[in-house]
Design a protein around this ligand. Structure first.
Ligand SMILES: Nc1ncnc2c1ncn2[C@@H]1O[C@H](COP(=O)(O)OP(=O)(O)O)[C@@H](O)[C@H]1O
Ligand SMILES: [Mg+2]
Length: 230
């Protein structure tokens, strides 16, 4: 299977935006790409502001929301907690079972995790365990500003320690007007300390609720040649 497991250094960093837009750009290029959000907390799968609906809108796939996201809970808590409190006991095996349905349909899968790699995810694993199970290389979304080097290097180190292949880092939300020395130097510093390339710096998109603007920014700002797995 080709594709990526998209994680981030934290929650609310840009995983959904980047994952959905990568799938959307691939589909625009004529590639058969699907999206999967195994577990979503904060909104039930059918909610229009939830990740499943946003992934669907950005990518343009026609799968029902409960196929894109089979396990969801309303409370904005760590997935394992939100699921348990909703009376759901989900395991890695469940996530794999629902992945199979999409895997058969698509040539590329873009899978979005939740929060970061060490987030308690399901009964028998953290997000990192799901990433390993899906056997997809990791794409790490990080913030562009001061503090991101620490969070990104920690994420890369943990991923490598657990045997994941790290394809690259994408920085999301770069703001030209306020960017200083940290924002300008962070991509090279991350690369030099980790050996992992920063394959894109995505600007802050004011019209982020309009898919065409998001897709166009991601298409222009990601170095697609560096995403060699595709
Ligand atoms: N490059 C960007 N430009 C504009 N808004 C962004 C960008 N990246 C992320 N956002 C916004 O930041 C918030 C968090 O992004 P999201 O993709 O939902 O993060 P995550 O999936 O990591 O929790 C959302 O409101 C999203 O629209
Ligand atoms: Mg998300």
């Amino acid at each position: 299977m080709k594709g990526f497991f998209v994680t981030a250094t934290d929650t609310e960093v840009g995983k959904t935006v980047i994952a959905g837009a990568i799938a959307g750009v691939l589909r625009k290029q004529g590639k058969n790409a699907g999206v999967y959000k195994p577990v979503q907390s904060g909104h039930v799968a059918g909610h229009l502001e939830g990740d499943a609906a946003r992934l669907k809108a950005l990518s343009g796939v026609d799968d029902p929301l409960d196929h894109i996201c089979p396990f969801s809970a309303e409370e904005p808590l760590a997935p394992i907690l939100a699921l348990r409190r909703a009376g759901k006991h989900v395991t890695l095996g469940h996530l794999k079972h629902h992945y199979t349905r999409l895997k058969e349909k698509y040539e590329y899968m873009i899978v979005e995790g939740a929060g970061g790699l060490a987030v308690p995810y399901v009964e028998d694993g953290l997000v990192v365990d799901a990433a390993l199970m899906f056997k997809l290389p990791l794409l790490i979304v990080a913030r562009p500003n001061l503090g991101t080097v620490n969070h990104t290097l920690l994420t890369i180190e943990f991923a490598k320690q657990r045997g994941l292949q790290v394809a690259g880092v994408v920085l999301s939300g770069y703001q030209e007007e306020t960017a200083g020395i940290a924002e300008q130097t962070n991509p090279d510093i991350i690369h030099s300390y980790s050996g992992v390339p920063v394959i894109g710096v995505i600007p802050w998109i004011t019209e982020s609720n309009q898919s065409e603007y998001v897709l166009s920014a991601v298409e222009q700002c990601i170095d697609w040649n560096q995403l060699r797995i595709l």
